[in-house]
Design a protein around this ligand. Structure first.
Ligand SMILES: Nc1ncnc2c1ncn2[C@@H]1O[C@H](COP(=O)(O)OP(=O)(O)O)[C@@H](O)[C@H]1O
Ligand SMILES: [Mg+2]
Length: 268
């Protein structure tokens, strides 16, 4: 499967969706390394992520013409690149036909809602794109009331028309990406793809908790006997803090990826 992640605006959640949703989705589906194709001139996202799940490629927009997109790919089109121009290149080089899913992430606000619909209409009307299209709601705080958060997209009662009116009913595939501090933290602090961090630590949760208990027991013991240097106590406390953080982040990510997984059918 080839997934194209595109929107004309930076900061709409493209990279977040690409790395935390599209890559895990294809990885689970294929059990193969996913080609993460970062089409960008500014950020080198693909290069600062360490992961055995992805095979990163960083290409410039003009290189897209001659680049053959492998089968198991997520293409993340950078924000400073003109999205419509990119679609034009993909169409004129007959690559658009091979894209199975176009994911259009949008952040809250009027501009993002309009941009999303513009890309949608360009795909269906100008290029007669036949594949699937999904609208990705980025950074949703209240997942129960996402329509309220994205009222510019969905509209509000009869008072305010949302842009969704101009989207064909069959194309109203909505995917919710909840706001998560942990996906940002894990990537920055541990330098790992959050999904990989989560699966690895979930599988060794018992071991992690065991280690934590060991340190707790030691600290309890030393507090009474004080036969240990302050330095060593500090070391144990630091280790305790890191372990607690790993356990906490893993559990937070468990609910994030659990929620993501339930929506996979919107991407199929
Ligand atoms: N679901 C989310 N939860 C928390 N932070 C998010 C989420 N989605 C995006 N962000 C943050 O918002 C910023 C822009 O997101 P990003 O995915 O890089 O957008 P784009 O690739 O479209 O420029 C980043 O700092 C990112 O960490
Ligand atoms: Mg990006």
């Amino acid at each position: 499967m080839r997934i194209l992640v595109i929107n004309s605006k930076g900061g709409s959640g493209k990279t977040t969706f690409a790395l935390n949703v599209a890559v895990p989705f294809l990885w689970r589906k294929s059990s193969k390394t996913v080609n993460y194709i970062d089409v960008d001139v500014a950020n080198k996202e693909a290069l600062n992520v360490e992961s055995s799940l992805i095979n990163p490629h960083v290409i410039k927009p003009e290189e897209l013409k001659s680049f053959r997109i492998p089968k198991n790919s997520v293409i993340d089109v950078g924000g400073n690149i003109n999205a419509l121009q990119t679609l034009d290149i993909l169409d004129k080089t007959e690559k658009l036909r091979r894209i199975d899913l176009v994911a259009i992430p949008l952040a809250k606000g009027e501009q993002d809602a309009y941009n999303a619909v513009e890309i949608y209409q360009t795909l269906r009307n100008r290029y007669a794109y036949k594949g699937k299209i999904a609208f990705i709601l980025s950074q949703v705080v209240d997942t129960e009331n996402y329509e309220r958060e994205f009222f510019e997209f969905f509209g509000f009662s009869s008072l305010y028309k949302g842009v969704i009116k101009s989207i064909d009913k069959n194309d109203r595939n909505i995917f919710i990406v909840p706001y998560s501090n942990e996906i940002r933290r894990v990537k920055s602090i541990f330098g790992k793809l959050p999904y990989e961090f989560y699966t690895e630590n979930k599988n060794r949760m018992e071991e992690l908790v065991g280690k934590l208990e060991e340190i707790e027991d030691k600290l309890d013991e030393f507090e009474e006997t004080s036969e240990i240097s302050d330095e060593e106590i500090q070391k144990l406390k630091d280790r305790y803090e890191i372990l607690t953080d790993i356990i906490f982040a893993t559990k937070m990510l468990e609910s994030f990826f659990g929620f993501i997984k339930k929506q996979y059918s919107a991407l199929e």
